[in-house]
Design a protein around this ligand. Structure first.
Ligand SMILES: C[S@@+](CC[C@H](N)C(=O)[O-])C[C@H]1O[C@@H](n2cnc3c(N)ncnc32)[C@H](O)[C@@H]1O
Length: 456
């Protein structure tokens, strides 16, 4: 039974608290804990003692006990800013992310001008992969503390970390942009300004802006990465087309006629081609668009895309694709894990051509349905050498007479790279002979596999 009513007991308890605080300061954390707990048992100044105890338990690496102390404090003062903030951090430490976020959100709601709490909430959201919310909170914290270099760094880190590096070189790829704009202008010229345009994978909003500049009155765009979608809408407004272009932060598979689109679109513009054509799921996306979002006779830009390639020899690239004896050990078994597809800068990497250019796979994007394919391709060898694989690039057909390619002899520093599809092992080939390979796709990757046994 607490008996602080007696002056002696009160004096004793005060002294016990002073002693516990002195021990705390001297670094005797165990002793201080005992002292704080005895003071709390007397019911003396709990709201002041509990933060000291909770902080000490945190330093003793006892997060569960610290949480219990913060809980006790919050039972006394439910809106205690420090308790909520510290409890949120402790929950994060324990990996209880959802509770940490909820607690820090409460802390920030109660203490909206505290850049430290806001920054910590941003950190936990970023750890949880909720990057858009995280960057918004980091920006809010930065607005409160504009000179805080850590916050400035976090805003940049999160923005650039959420967006693939190739976006900016892709935007600066003038031949690519000009080809798309020529096709978009031609399509809108033919269909008229009332044609409904759908842009799948808006990125910066560039293709939608081109469509609006070409006269399209209504462009519905979607971008599945929310941070990019927010930026696209901002750029659209900054460029004066906010009344004609609406960017939805959604995957195209989440759009519907009757919701984001008032009627099926007459023109699809979409640049979701990866360097090997398929890995951005262009077939799934275009099939879904044809089935649900486009008018039956809709114009599709691009209307076809081909993977082109040639057989190559290269010691440089072989070092990325095969391993053998290293420091006197046989590590060759590790070649089983070699990259099947290695993005390369064709103009910057030394390689020798062992065949002419060949079309490997062609995708007709106006088709409503695509099956996986596999066929035998017989490659005439034009130079003898040690073939390590196929260097592949692409050719895009955008409109009658409008096309684009990233041929490695002339294309450099754009959004696309060339791709080395390495063989499982090098193959010695002889000019005048042929090499048979299996060529096709499984809808999301190209398949390029030699059918010929390797020769010593
Ligand atoms: C290669 S970028 C092209 C950006 C822009 N259209 C341009 O040409 O400059 C493709 C963008 O499409 C987005 N994306 C890919 N598939 C998508 C889909 N099915 N729905 C919405 N966005 C998609 C990606 O997040 C990426 O930002």
């Amino acid at each position: 039974m607490n008996d602080l009513g007696s002056p002696d007991r009160l004096t004793e308890t005060r002294a016990a608290l002073a002693e516990a605080m002195a021990l705390h300061e001297q670094g005797d954390l165990e002793g201080a804990e005992l002292g704080y707990r005895s003071v709390l048992a007397q019911g003396y100044r709990a709201a002041e003692v509990l933060p000291l105890l909770a902080g000490l338990l945190g330093r003793l690496s006892r997060p569960e006990d610290a949480l219990a102390a913060w809980d006790q404090l919050l039972a006394i003062e439910p809106d205690h800013k420090v308790a909520l903030h510290e409890q949120g951090l402790t929950l994060h430490w324990l990996g209880r992310t959802a509770e940490a976020i909820a607690t820090l959100e409460r802390a920030c709601a109660i203490d909206p001008d505290n850049p430290i709490a806001i920054g910590n909430l941003a950190v936990v959201l970023a750890d949880a992969g909720r990057n858009l919310e995280a960057i918004r909170y980091f920006r809010r914290a930065l607005a409160l503390q504009p000179d805080n270099l850590h916050l400035r760094h976090q805003v940049r880190r999160l923005g650039s970390g959420s967006v693939p590096f190739w976006h900016i070189p892709m935007m600066n790829d003038a031949p690519r942009n000009d080809a798309f704009e020529a096709a978009i202008k031609a399509a809108i010229g033919a269909a008229g300004p009332e044609a409904r345009v759908l842009d799948i994978g808006a990125g910066s909003g560039l293709l939608s802006l081109m469509a609006a500049r070409a006269g399209a009155q209504k462009v519905v765009a979607c971008e599945m990465e929310p941070m990019i979608a927010e930026m696209a809408q901002q750029i659209v407004v900054q460029n004066g087309y906010g009344d004609r272009i609406k960017v939805h932060a959604k995957s195209s598979t989440e759009l519907a006629v009757g919701a984001e689109l008032d009627a099926p679109a007459d023109i699809l513009v979409s640049e979701i081609l990866s360097s090997d054509l398929l890995t951005e799921k262009v077939l799934d996306t275009f099939e879904d668009a044809h089935r649900r979002l486009l008018a039956p006779d809709a114009v599709v830009i691009p209307r076809a895309a081909s993977a082109i390639g040639c057989l190559v020899a290269s010691q440089n690239l072989a070092d990325y694709a095969f391993v053998g004896d290293v420091s006197g050990f046989d590590l060759s078994a590790f070649t089983a894990f070699a990259p099947q597809r290695l993005p390369i800068h064709g103009t910057m990497t030394a390689w020798d051509r062992l065949s002419e250019d060949l079309e490997l796979v062609r995708l007709d994007l106006t088709q409503k349905k695509h099956d996986a394919t596999l066929a035998r391709l017989c490659i005439p060898v034009t130079a003898s050498g040690r073939a390590i694989g196929i260097v592949q690039w692409m050719h895009i057909d955008l409109w009658q007479g409008v096309s684009f390619d990233n041929h490695p002899d002339r294309y450099t520093d754009g959004g696309w790279l060339q791709v080395l599809h390495s063989f499982p092992e090098p193959i010695e080939v002889v000019a005048g002979e042929t090499l048979d390979i299996a060529v096709g796709h499984d809808r999301i990757t190209l398949i390029l596999l030699p059918l010929t046994e390797s020769r010593p």
